[in-house]
Design a protein around this ligand. Structure first.
Ligand code: UT7
Length: 331
């Protein structure tokens, strides 16, 4: 059986920056509150550019292909993870394909919120291990800032999220390296603790004055509940992945957690009793970019030479659903 490994990864974030001070002019919040509670200093935003996740993904993927000196015709399949799709139907994968000029290859959309990247990698890994495809583009891309409630009612959520995209090339190899395992979970009992319920096909009238007044089209989060579950599930799913591979925390060279809150990453680091410099964080610069966050963090960890060949790298996610997962990689 073949192995699958991440040949390279690149990311793109829009130029416009939203600082905590910018947000403080829109709602009752402060730089100090945001930094202390989340670790976030700024986030990027598509602003008024009308760019969607497919556009950001094209920019990230073009960077990636340039780095790899690879022609787009060599890509066999695309897995596109986003929770903020350009269209309600079809998914952003088809739009990305058209914008990228990819000839009739298959595209698969993943709607797993903050766990989109781990779920996406897991699916792509199976396609490679079963020798269905050789080169798969796995993308996490989000435009959150156009949909947030930048008002006092939404301040608990709006300050967290940012826009960005990451694209990696998962490639087939005979070498003893690459994705060792993926463990995926969900618990739908907590859907309403982190969700955006409208538009919805359940109701005949979705765009009503009442729904807009009730801000149903914005994302809603029960922050404390999400935090509580996140710290538990991150630890659990990382240990599950390590255990499956007969590895211990001491074997781990780098953990790349979904960037949800610096305090969550710190808690997980302490719970695992692992060195602080082995849990990567860049949330201060980007906020929570949902499906893109692990890819952006992995990309920066590589740029900073924090990951070397042969290293054990663990990607871990938790988010809406709740859905969570881990991917253990021998780099
Ligand atoms: O990626 C998907 C997964 N998402 C997450 O993992 C997020 C998990 N949750 C969190 O990160 C944290 O719960 C938050 C950062 C969202 C909130 O932090 P917290 O320490 O749990 O604060 P809180 O919700 O308990 O609110 C504390 C206080 C409240 O005021 P009172 O009731 O104590 O008077 C809030 O109204 O802070 C207030 N507050 C704010 N104040 C200033 C909430 N949001 C803000 C804000 N600025 N933006």
């Amino acid at each position: 059986m073949k192995n699958s490994f991440i040949k390279d990864i690149a990311f793109y974030v829009p130029e416009k920056i939203l600082t905590n001070d910018d947000l403080s002019t829109m709602m009752d919040t402060s730089d100090e509150w945001i930094k202390t509670r989340t670790g976030i200093h700024k986030r990027h935003s598509t602003g008024d550019s009308n760019m969607g996740p497919a556009d950001l993904a094209v920019l990230a993927s073009s960077k990636l292909l340039k780095k790899l000196n690879m022609d787009k015709s060599e890509i066999d399949f695309v897995v596109f993870a986003t929770s903020t799709p350009d269209y309600y139907v079809p998914g952003s994968g088809a739009l990305f394909q058209e914008k990228m000029g990819l000839e009739n290859i298959g595209v698969l959309d993943i709607r797993q919120g903050c766990s989109g990247f781990t779920y996406g990698l897991s699916v792509a890994d199976k396609f490679i291990k079963t020798e269905t495809y050789k080169n798969i583009l796995v993308i996490g891309s989000e435009v959150q800032t156009t949909q947030l409630d930048y008002d006092n009612d939404g301040r608990g959520t709006a300050v967290l999220f940012g826009d960005g995209a990451a694209a990696c090339l998962l490639t087939s190899t005979n070498d003893d390296r690459g994705i060792l395992s993926a463990h995926l979970h969900s618990d739908g009992r907590y859907i309403d603790d982190l969700s955006s319920s409208h538009p919805s096909s359940k109701y005949k009238d979705i765009i009503t004055k009442e729904n807009i007044k009730d801000r149903k089209h914005h994302i809603h989060m029960n922050g404390r509940e999400v935090f509580k579950h996140a710290v538990r599930r991150f630890k659990e799913v990382i240990l599950e992945g390590l255990d499956y591979n007969n590895l211990s925390v001491d074997d781990v060279d780098m953990v790349i957690p979904h960037q949800a809150n610096y305090r969550i990453s710190q808690t997980v680091q302490k719970q695992l009793d692992i060195d602080q410099d082995k849990v990567f964080s860049n949330i201060h610069n980007y906020g929570n970019t949902t499906a893109a966050s692990i890819g952006i963090a992995l990309s920066e960890a590589l740029e900073q030479n924090k990951i070397n060949k042969g290293d054990i790298v663990v990607l871990a996610s938790f988010g809406a659903g709740f859905q969570w997962g881990s991917v253990v990689i021998k780099w």
